[in-house]
Design a protein around this ligand. Sequence first.
Ligand SMILES: CC(C)(COP(=O)(O)OP(=O)(O)OC[C@H]1O[C@@H](n2cnc3c(N)ncnc32)[C@H](O)[C@@H]1OP(=O)(O)O)[C@@H](O)C(=O)NCCC(=O)NCCS
Length: 177
Amino acid sequence: MSWSKTFEELDKSVHDRNSFDCGELELNVFIKTQAAKHMQAGISRTMVLPSNIPLLNNKFSICAFYSVAPSSISRETLPAKLAKKLPQYPIPVFLLAQLAVHNEFHGHGLGKISLIKALKYLWEVNHHMRAYAIIVDCLTDSAQQFYVKYGFEVLCEYRGRTRLFLPMKTVEQLFNQ
Ligand SMILES: CC(C)(COP(=O)(O)OP(=O)(O)OC[C@H]1O[C@@H](n2cnc3c(N)ncnc32)[C@H](O)[C@@H]1OP(=O)(O)O)[C@@H](O)C(=O)NCCC(=O)NCCS
């Protein structure tokens, strides 16, 4: 099995959610039972990278996925140098709510590809509706190391997780070349 060329919106009738396994129960449960409901409720969008060959049930395996949603942070959580330039009310950000790669493909660069696709997606949304930064709440220390490797910085602790951020200005520099 190998992955197809483009990410597309999760579609229960096309993508086989049950066979997805990234090794983290919470993310497996999310893609199987919550991602589609959250999209229907209008609170997040999940993009999946399907396999290029269908399964016996005619659906396509999910090789990787990411979910994004609008969110906000309080300026007090930001480093003082950045906070002083911002207003007192909640600062709009994009939440990279989930990102995972199927076990079968770990260590082949698909995590990096998925992250770049998610950042590019949010950079494009930012053309229409501005956000200050992209935030991510890390499920594990290992996930934190993965994001830090790509320039995310620690913002604060949030609900028992480390919240990281990447300023949208940094994302712009990445794609505006
Ligand atoms: C974290 C995850 C997305 C990485 O996917 P992957 O396809 O194995 O990663 P890649 O092969 O693209 O690795 C890209 C780079 O990140 C590094 N990397 C991968 N996983 C890492 C980890 N857990 N910690 C630190 N670095 C990591 C790789 O060594 C590689 O570095 P290199 O380019 O210098 O060689 C994947 O392991 C996963 O789905 N884990 C379970 C879900 C999860 O924890 N998601 C984050 C939720 S907050």
